[in-house]
Design a binder for this molecule. Sequence first.
Ligand code: FES
Length: 124
Amino acid sequence: MGPLLPGAIHWHKVADNIAAINWNTENLSVFSIGERQLLLAKVNGKVYACTNRCPHASGAFSQGFLDAQGNIVCPLHKYKFSLQNGLNVTGEGYRLKIYAVEERPSGIFVGIQEQGLSVLPEIG
Ligand code: FES
């Protein structure tokens, strides 16, 4: 079998603007794209996106909160993750899946990379 090609990025509009997002008191909001549940987080007026499921034991980040540095804190065991690069800043060795966010004149868009589905034909 040939190598898998990385999937294309599809941009999904999540709101017209930041104010139109349904933020909770922790500046978090859940958004579903297909079966994927994403967390949107507002830090210093900027929107970040990651999966809503903690990579440790699937805690729902939407029940968590942001710390003073803007890291997302999982409600279950309080592991912290950077929303900028997915690093597990409390050092437990997990990695948070993050998504690109673009604020365009037409709205807020989250970029989802589709699974690599294309397979190059075998040569030879
Ligand atoms: S499930 Fe998130 S820290 Fe354990």
